[in-house]
Design a protein around this ligand. Structure first.
Ligand code: SF4
Ligand code: SF4
Length: 183
């Protein structure tokens, strides 16, 4: 299980399609400003439950990104293809994210690469085909060029959780058997 208070340097970050991309100069935010903006985002997402489907998809992404162990959370990554073209549209669904930065030449996120403040749901996107379809629907007709080729042994989150529980349980039973056999 991921440690919720951990620094975010274990997250698998989205690589831009253009590998020569360099981060633009962005405003430096204090911890307090970052927390204030994150609170605003949480407020908008909660209010969004009343009028947009996107809040449900975004909340699913948030909960999975902070609750699932890496083994389950990242099971679709080996099958992920395509990449991010930095259109920035997913940062402007329903409302413009206060961390979104746009210059004449590029778009960026003010906290995406931060070790302490990187936003887990944005960094782990796309978690699975359901997650990707949710964003692709919202940014359509513009494309979000990610796609999946093939699938993991347990495609659904619930299936992967059940398989993990079975496997852990099996290991414990084996250990118990070993201890009894050595008596
Ligand atoms: S919509 Fe897709 S391509 Fe556009 S910024 Fe978001 S992840 Fe990147
Ligand atoms: S990637 Fe950054 S700018 Fe985009 S939605 Fe996430 S936190 Fe906001």
């Amino acid at each position: 299980m991921q440690d919720k208070g951990k620094e975010m340097n274990n997250l698998v970050q989205i690589e831009p399609i253009n590998k020569t991309y360099t981060e633009p100069e962005m405003p430096q935010l204090s911890d307090w400003e970052i927390h204030r903006k994150k609170t605003y985002i949480a407020f908008r997402k909660v209010v969004g439950f009343l009028y947009t489907k996107h809040s449900y998809g975004a909340t699913r992404r948030y909960l999975l990104s902070i609750l699932l162990p890496d083994k389950i959370l990242y099971r679709w990554k080996p099958y992920q293809r395509g990449g991010c073209n930095r259109c920035g549209l997913c940062c402007k669904i329903v409302f413009k994210c206060p961390f979104y930065f746009e210059s004449d030449t590029t778009t960026a996120c003010m906290i995406y690469t931060s070790k302490r403040h990187a936003p887990p749901p944005c960094v782990v996107f796309p978690i699975d085909p359901f997650d990707l379809a949710e964003v692709q629907r919202e940014v359509s007709p513009a494309p979000c060029p990610f796609y999946f080729e093939g699938q993991p042994e347990h495609p659904t989150t619930w299936g992967a959780i059940k398989a993990e529980i079975r496997s852990e349980f099996g290991k414990r039973v084996d250990k118990l058997k070993e201890s009894f056999n050595s008596l």
